[in-house]
Design a protein around this ligand. Structure first.
Ligand code: PGA
Length: 248
């Protein structure tokens, strides 16, 4: 059975290492019963090192990454450092990182660097608004084609894509997406990536944007959706475990 991928994106939370450790441990110790989920936690970079070498079933992820692995790049997050810390997945192109200036070109370079270190990129795409003419489909297609240009053909099958409509993310979300909207876009992304890059196997698609312990069940069971990217609800171990339980 193909496992569902549940990614927790902690963003700039929690406030201190003690709380981070407790949250991580509370989640990891309850995971054994879930055999059908691959659970990835992406803590802020300062907290990643706290989880280095722990024998737990949670997979360590990163919220973002720099481009360069070695050299003089003050303040950069080296993909190689992530690798040595045991990081297996890294979010890239999150809408909050795009807001701070990450262009598709930068994102494409980050993805190539991650792949060269053997870390799986979770590329976020998502439109700011939905229009009635369906222009947002073109917007997503453009994000996909530009963000994936530097990916070697034989590595395209490693990439995971998270569809996160910006209007549905965070406490300022306009509304939640409907499962039909998520399904339609997940299938569109799969088809687009297959066509753009002439590959047979479609990438896995995660859905994100106000996923919580109530709506997760329907999203995880929606056609075309291979997992979830969870922000706020991943900061509460009970809620996050409830979300994982739907994947089983
Ligand atoms: P949210 O965040 O679940 O709090 O909406 C998701 C994200 O930004 O990745």
């Amino acid at each position: 059975m193909v496992k569902k991928i549940i990614v927790g994106n902690w963003k700039t939370n929690p406030n201190d290492p003690k709380t981070a450790k407790k949250l991580f441990t509370d989640i990891s110790k309850s995971l054994r019963k879930f055999k059908n989920s691959e659970v990835v936690i992406c803590p802020p970079p300062f907290f990643q090192a706290l989880f280095y070498g722990l024998k737990v079933s949670v997979i360590l992820g990163a919220e973002d990454v720099g481009i360069e692995s070695v050299g003089s790049f003050t303040g950069e997050l080296s993909p190689r450092h992530l690798k040595t810390l045991g990081v297996k997945y890294s979010i890239v192109g999150h809408s909050e990182a795009r807001l701070r200036g990450d262009t598709d070109e930068i994102i494409s370079k980050k993805i190539a660097s991650l792949l060269s270190e053997g870390i799986i990129p979770v590329l976020c795409v998502g439109e700011l608004v939905r229009d009635n003419q369906g222009e947002f489909f073109k917007f997503i297609k453009n994000q996909l084609s530009k963000s994936l240009t530097l990916v070697p053909e034989n590595k395209l099958n490693k990439i995971i894509i998270a569809y996160e409509p910006i209007w549905a993310i965070g406490s300022l979300a306009e509304r939640q997406a409907t499962p039909d909207e998520a399904k339609e876009m997940a299938l569109f992304i799969k088809k687009t990536v297959r066509e753009l890059f002439k590959i047979e196997k479609a990438p896995k698609i995660l859905f994100g944007g106000s996923v919580d312990e109530i709506n997760a069940e329907i999203f995880i069971k929606t056609d075309g959706i291979d997992g979830l990217l969870v922000g706020r609800a991943s900061l509460n171990s009970k809620k996050f475990l409830q979300i994982i339980s739907y994947a089983g």
